[in-house]
Ligand binder design. Structure first.
Ligand SMILES: Cc1cc2nc3c(=O)[nH]c(=O)nc-3n(C[C@H](O)[C@H](O)[C@H](O)COP(=O)(O)O)c2cc1C
Length: 201
């Protein structure tokens, strides 16, 4: 898929149903995104049912077209307790022969030091980078499956945990991605020039 043709789509075919299997395939493919120390801090809550969408309504600022017409609204959270899965990730990597034991031991020891420092700001910042990359990957992968998306930052961060039934302290909200079969072309949007955004030194 040529991802340079991606656009934010805000109106979808409201009769299209996305299966749980498709969602699982899309999320597993999006999971190939890189992340700091391969900690994969992204967590997804897929809001698909009428009841769940109804709950989400009150947490959105605008964005009602996406809510009402999408096949699903995927809420992405940054897991501030991501290191609780470090042992699982590194043990699996070692057992599958993807990582020597010394590297696993060293990485887990480094992670232990980071955990001791309990720097919440750093956890938020690094997780936001990882989750942003994952969100972009999700939007690109969705197109491979014939879907379009819209990233949505317009929602109430204090209300979203109740909608998703998640712990406020542990899960830091990042964004919502609506997904569905496009029923519009999307707006043309301008981009800054090379000189506006880059320099070669
Ligand atoms: C972090 C983030 C938050 C956004 N929030 C919203 C939103 O709340 N509602 C919306 O309609 N579009 C939202 N957008 C989409 C942008 O408006 C859109 O990406 C931009 O105008 C460029 O258009 P394009 O995606 O079609 O290329 C958001 C995009 C990002 C990356």
């Amino acid at each position: 898929m040529n991802n340079s043709s991606r656009k934010s789509i805000r109106i979808y075919d409201e009769n299209h149903h996305i299966s749980d299997e498709e969602i699982e395939s899309i999320i597993l493919a999006a999971n190939k995104a890189p992340s700091s120390m391969n900690m994969q801090p992204w967590r997804y809550v897929v809001i698909k049912s009428k009841e769940a969408k109804n709950l989400l309504k009150d947490a959105l600022y605008g964005n009602k077209n996406q809510l009402n017409t999408s096949s699903a609204m995927i809420v992405i959270f940054n897991d501030l307790n991501k290191y609780s899965l470090a042992d699982k990730i590194y043990t699996l990597a070692y057992e599958k022969g993807l990582m020597p034991l010394e590297v696993k031991t060293k990485q887990l020891s480094n992670i232990n030091k980071i955990m001791q420092s309990k720097n919440k700001e750093k956890m938020i910042r690094s997780g936001l980078i990882d989750c942003g990359i994952a969100a972009m990957n999700l939007m690109n992968v969705a197109r491979d499956y014939g879907y379009d998306t819209c990233p949505i930052g317009g929602f109430n961060h204090d209300k979203i945990h109740d909608v998703c039934n998640l712990d406020k302290e542990r899960y830091y909200p990042v964004m919502i991605v609506s997904i569905g079969k496009a029923a519009e072309k999307g707006y043309e949007s301008i981009r800054l020039s090379f000189d506006d955004v880059a320099k070669i030194i």
